[in-house]
Design a protein around this ligand. Structure first.
Ligand SMILES: Cc1cc2nc3c(=O)[nH]c(=O)nc-3n(C[C@H](O)[C@H](O)[C@H](O)COP(=O)(O)OP(=O)(O)OC[C@H]3O[C@@H](n4cnc5c(N)ncnc54)[C@H](O)[C@@H]3O)c2cc1C
Ligand code: FES
Length: 257
């Protein structure tokens, strides 16, 4: 897919949690946003600091075609993401997009699909769930969080499909980790997962034990985002590959987990 370097304008910076913000962006010249696939990411430039001279990878959270808006869900992880969280409406953000591969469609139209996200790993699941619904699937979502206040974008997910929640303190949904949520005991043909590595590995183990096809979206450290620096390499059954170009989405059978 053709890649673009664009100056996008911040339309809104919506603080949805003490640690998370939703950045809503649009093109600065009124042009239509390029095609972007669910699972792909953008590399954003963070100006004004020596420690943030490398672009930061952020998942495509949603593409709202009606309003020509791109949504990025940003978690305060360090200097770069804090700078993103401080952007104001009208500010410009330089982005390279769309990068990486994408989630693959389920094999059969009748497949029952579960989209599992933990923490900021819910970000790519919103756009993917929306696309699956448009394609005639009825996606279910499984969201993992510490407590009720940390369940992100719940109302958005509920517009698309059934939402199951696991919280560590039991303040919403089932108490415990996503891997113990009873939705995993129902009929599921495919799981898509994004979140912290331990969560994705645990979901991969559940999927293997139940013979469910499963794709995960890896969030390895990245620098160039274009396959040049090799800092995002993951060991797979085919050898070492760059997550930024061969991923971030992998079928668990491709990984050496
Ligand atoms: C494909 C992909 C998609 C991503 N999507 C999102 C997203 O939608 N929203 C979002 O907020 N973040 C996302 N991330 C993570 C985000 O890129 C990092 O949190 C960010 O680069 C940290 O930059 P910083 O300058 O704020 O922190 P830094 O000061 O660079 O680092 C702060 C801390 O964050 C850790 N960190 C840095 N990069 C990563 C990483 N890639 N994964 C996990 N921990 C990291 C560092 O080890 C350090 O402990 C994604 C990462 C990848 C690879
Ligand atoms: S981030 Fe440079 S090769 Fe992947």
């Amino acid at each position: 897919m053709k890649k673009y370097i664009l100056d996008l304008t911040i339309v809104e910076n919506r603080r949805i949690h003490e640690l998370y913000t939703l950045l809503i962006l649009t093109t600065s010249d009124g042009s239509i946003l390029p095609e972007m696939k669910p699972g792909q990411f953008v590399q954003v430039a963070v100006d004004g600091s020596k420690t943030t001279f490398l672009r930061r990878p952020i998942s495509i959270n949603n593409v709202d075609r009606e309003n020509n808006h791109l949504w990025l869900l940003v978690r305060n992880a360090g200097e770069g993401t804090r700078a993103l969280m401080a952007l104001k409406p009208g500010d410009l953000l330089n982005v390279v997009l769309p990068l990486g591969n994408s989630f693959s469609m389920p094999k059969n139209q009748s497949d029952l699909v579960l989209l599992a996200g933990g923490g900021v790993g819910v970000a790519p699941m919103l756009y993917w769930g929306k696309r699956l619904k448009e394609e005639g699937y009825m996606p279910k979502f499984l969201i993992g969080a510490r407590s009720a206040k940390d369940v992100l974008q719940l109302a958005e997910f509920e517009k698309i499909g059934e939402v199951y929640v696991s919280t560590e303190d039991g303040s919403m949904g089932e108490k415990g980790l996503v891997t113990t949520n009873t939705v995993l005991d129902t009929d599921i043909n495919k799981i898509y997962c994004c979140g912290p590595a331990p969560m994705m590995k645990a979901i991969a183990n559940v999927a293997k034990a139940k013979s469910i096809d499963c794709e995960v979206s890896l969030e390895n450290m990245m620098a160039c985002g274009l396959g040049a620096c090799l800092c995002c390499v993951e060991n797979t059954v085919k050898g070492n590959v760059c997550v930024c170009t061969e991923g971030p989405v992998f079928n668990i059978n491709e990984l050496t987990w």
